[in-house]
Design a protein around this ligand. Structure first.
Ligand code: UFG
Length: 343
């Protein structure tokens, strides 16, 4: 095994922090750049508690190319994992320019500085959203870019194109584009997890806040879809499995640009997820049915074969594990990452 010196952008965020833990536990050295706009420095302390190694954190926006250049000049990175970016689907519809500018400019800034310092390996945080209205299950050879319903999804698709073009222009580059399905769950230690600001947009953090009494009831968006129980079906993936997928991608980089689905290949409906959460945690989840949410697809899940063959990676954790670990995180950190040192 060759241990690498890795820059993780967005490494204090939800998926980033879990990936940093797995990288450190695999023996790699990690430096984080994160502007802390939707994440907390406390997550970095917690990474230190879990692994015994606290990674260095540089708190600035990647669009600040000259600061990024300084970080590259003083570290000799072997590879970059790029998570940093805005990710709220609904907000992206209201603030499209903010999303296009932030997500695309930060990636261009990163690519420019990587080229200057001859860093050729990159793992990028993409999304199953790039498949838009493609037939299910989504495989890496499915068409992409059609029927993407929001600017956030468009930025993932556009950045993928930028990376493919960059890879075509320089055959020495080694890029892996990871298309996540629905990441949920938390580290089994209960020390790191998802800490949404304000009202959660996504299902699992909302369910967790209903369970803890922070919110009264869950609205299930639509019960008249053409699915067995009428609610939408998604491919949920435990964030620790997802994090391990990044380590596998990093350790299997080759010249060229490769796309990989990181999902389980199994679909779970909203009602099934809520039912499992209740039975695993013993918490009641009051819910009612509401109107469909605009832009939601009835059903999608991964064809995960390519990652299994090329990366020797597949999901190991179940929906029960996802619910149990989410609840451990939520119940031991009811207000997310709060600094108790002042109280
Ligand atoms: N849902 C509810 N009530 C809620 C929240 C969600 O019923 O309060 C339902 C949604 O309607 C959907 C399912 O739960 O049917 C999952 O919704 P999420 O918001 O958790 O996840 P999405 O599948 O909509 O979004 C995810 C990622 C996005 C990504 C998108 C497409 O969060 O980043 O998949 O790949 F763009």
């Amino acid at each position: 095994m060759i241990y690498m010196n890795i820059l993780v952008t967005g490494g204090a965020g939800y998926i980033g922090s879990h990936t940093v833990v797995e990288l450190i536990e695999s023996g790699h050295n990690v430096t984080i750049v994160d502007d802390l706009s939707n994440s907390s420095e406390i997550a970095v302390d917690r990474i230190g508690q879990i692994t015994g190694v606290k990674p260095s954190l540089f708190a600035f926006d990647l669009q600040d190319t000259s600061r990024l250049d300084e970080v590259f000049a003083s570290n000799s990175f072997d590879a970059v994992i790029h998570f940093a970016g805005l990710k709220a689907v609904g907000e992206s519809v209201v603030k499209p320019l903010l999303y296009y500018k932030t997500n695309i400019d930060s990636t261009l800034s990163l690519l420019e500085v990587m080229a200057k310092h001859n860093v050729r390996k990159l793992v990028f945080s993409s999304s199953a959203t790039v498949y838009g209205s493609a037939p299910i299950p989504y495989s890496e050879s499915s068409p992409i870019g059609q029927g993407i319903t929001n600017p956030y999804g468009q930025t993932k698709y556009m950045i993928e194109q930028i990376l493919r073009d960059t890879g075509t222009a320089d055959s020495q580059l080694e890029f892996s584009l990871l298309r996540y399905f629905n990441p949920v769950g938390a580290h089994p230690s209960g020390l790191i997890g998802e800490d949404p600001r304000g009202v959660p947009n996504n299902l699992m953090p909302f369910v967790a806040q209903v369970a803890s009494g922070k919110r009264k009831e869950l609205s299930i968006f639509g019960n008249d879809y053409n699915t067995p129980d009428g609610t939408c079906i998604r491919d949920y993936i435990h964030v620790v499995d997802l994090a391990k997928g990044h380590v596998a991608a990093l350790q299997n980089l080759n010249p060229g640009v490769n796309e990989y689905n990181l999902g389980s290949g199994r679909g779970t409906s909203v009602l099934e997820l809520v039912g499992t959460f209740s039975s695993v945690t013993g918490q009641e989840i009051p819910y009612s049915f509401a109107e469909r949410r605009p832009g939601d697809l009835p059903e999608f899940y991964a064809d995960p074969k390519k990652a299994k063959i090329d990366l020797s990676w597949k999901t190991e954790l179940s929906i029960d594990d996802m619910c149990r670990d989410t609840w451990r995180w939520q119940s031991s950190n009811p207000n997310g990452y709060v600094d108790n040192s002042m109280s």
